[in-house]
Write a protein of this length. Structure first.
Length: 237
């Protein structure tokens, strides 16, 4: 009955590929066409030992090697390119909040296969309240809550974005670091002392945002701060 109802809904409301917008066959995947599905395969090959982004050499990427890193370990599920990039941009800026169902599952599956650490809390990189009003939802929070549920870990808001910042994708590495500096403060009654925390976000680029959040959490006494990102840019991009 459930399967029949789902098929009926897909006849009435045809699904489109979240990567390219192509209409999908009723009896196939409801999220991706076969071509775009290739871009949604987990990253393989060499990865930075610290942040987990794709690199073409062993060891650490330049960002982790040359800068002060406050997080303990990073995990990046997908590479930010092609259909992945297209889908995430629609998720963030085009009101496609329902994509959180699929993206949350991707994070959950990746975490199950790659993360052995136990955490007290899972939290998300927060939006500023003005951007939250514009968008109507916090995309990182949506997928972080699905991840928390799958891992059996409490989701808790631990950070507040106190300052409205220019979108990081418009800035170079140095500008990103300055832009995000002092943008976050601990949430009221966050209970961070001695806790192990997994921080979730949608895109990991230079790591400036994740690193700033990790710094605040560590200064508040967090024992460990790891992060997981839905996608990451390779070191070369």
């Amino acid at each position: 009955m459930k399967r029949a109802a789902e098929l009926l809904l897909r006849i009435i409301y045809p699904c489109k590929c979240i990567g390219c917008g192509k209409l999908l066959d009723i009896d196939k995947d409801k999220w991706l066409c076969g071509e775009c599905a290739e871009d949604f395969k987990e990253t393989t090959g060499q990865k930075c030992q610290s942040c987990g982004r794709p690199i073409d050499h062993s060891g650490k990427c330049a960002d982790c090697r040359d800068g002060k890193i406050y997080f303990d370990k990073g995990f990046c599920a997908l590479e930010y390119k092609g259909a992945v990039r297209n889908a995430i941009l629609k998720f963030k800026y085009k009101g496609k909040f329902r994509y959180s169902e699929y993206f949350g599952k991707i994070l959950s599956d990746y975490a199950a296969g790659n993360i052995a650490e136990k955490y007290h809390y899972i939290t998300a990189v927060p939006l500023h309240r003005s951007r939250l009003r514009e968008r109507g939802y916090d995309q990182s929070e949506l997928i972080a809550k699905i991840l928390a549920d799958s891992m059996g870990v409490e989701y808790r808001t631990l950070l507040v974005r106190q300052r409205h910042t220019v979108p990081q994708n418009k800035l170079n590495k140095k500008q990103r670091q300055e832009n995000i500096k002092n943008a976050f403060i601990p949430a009221e009654n966050a209970d961070i002392e001695g806790r192990s925390i997994l921080l979730a976000d949608d895109i990991f680029t230079t790591g400036a945002t994740i690193n700033e959040c990790s710094k605040i959490l560590k200064k508040q006494g967090a024992q460990r701060v790891d992060f997981i990102a839905l996608s990451s840019r390779s070191e070369e991009s």
